[in-house]
Design a protein around this ligand. Structure first.
Ligand code: FPP
Length: 247
């Protein structure tokens, strides 16, 4: 028996965690204080996803374009990445979270690269929640690297082969894509994978995005009819209005 629509939890939730800088500026704090608060908000969000049986969480932590921010903010975010590895990985490991870092690692320090690999290896056997952290990531980068991989192997480029060469090939496409902070755009996040994701824009700044805000996003998701190109009538098993009745 299929689950009633009202209790469906999105399997894969993706989030653009926007608004850390404004959260800090409104409190006369340096922007990095907002990112630190954002990391706490992320930790709470992971717990909330675990409690709700969400299978995959993918977050945008640092975009390919974020290198253009002031140098002290960029180095602050690199430090936060190193801190999060030391501070969060043991608890993620204990809670059944499988970690993946998605993005171009070449520009990160050798030490951080080793830390990312170690964190992935130590959580590889976990099954409760797949947690993808997009860091030095861009949707265009992902499509280009996938195409390059196929070209290098002499493979034909098809939708299926590209899909399998993408950095998120280990998970199904996101069901629900949330952006906090009030902006109405996807900013080079999951350009390929979000083709049929339901979009939810929240005015909350990311540090203020709590369990209730997540539940609201899930409630809105439950009201959406996911047609994937079909008609409503097809989904409900009824003949389309133009279909002639059988004699
Ligand atoms: C966008 O807000 C947020 C980021 C660029 C960084 C997101 C990082 C975290 C939530 C911390 C977790 C980090 C790691 C390393 C796992 P913004 O700064 O653009 O906010 P604004 O629009 O208010 O300026």
């Amino acid at each position: 028996m299929s689950e009633p629509a009202s209790s469906v939890v999105p399997h894969h939730v993706a989030i653009v965690m926007d608004g850390n800088g404004r959260w800090a500026t409104r409190r006369f704090l340096p922007r990095i204080a907002g990112h630190k608060q954002g990391l706490d908000s992320l930790t709470r969000c992971i717990k909330a996803c675990l409690a709700r049986g969400i299978g995959v969480l993918t977050v945008f932590a640092f975009s390919s374009e974020n290198w253009n921010r002031p140098p002290e903010e960029v180095s602050g975010l690199m430090e936060l990445l190193a801190l999060s590895l030391a501070r969060e990985v043991p608890s993620l490991k204990a809670n059944g979270v499988q970690l993946h870092f998605i993005g171009d690692r070449q520009r990160l320090s050798v030490k951080v690269q080793a830390g990312l690999t170690q964190a992935e290896l130590s959580t590889a056997g976990n099954q409760r929640l797949v947690f993808n952290v997009c860091f030095n990531y861009g949707g265009r980068w992902d499509i280009a690297q996938a195409a390059q991989k196929l070209a290098g192997r002499g493979e034909t480029i098809t939708e299926l082969s590209l899909d399998r060469a993408m950095a998120l090939a280990h998970v199904p496409d996101p069901d629900l894509l949330i952006r906090t902070g009030g902006e109405l755009r996807i900013s080079n996040f999951l350009l390929w994978q979000a083709a049929y994701s339901e979009l939810h824009f929240s005015d909350r700044l990311w540090p203020d995005f709590d369990e209730a805000a997540l539940d609201e996003a899930i409630a809105v998701f439950r009201t959406r009819e996911r047609r994937f190109g079909q008609t409503s009538a097809q989904l409900s098993g009824q003949p389309a209005p133009s279909t002639p009745k059988a004699a």
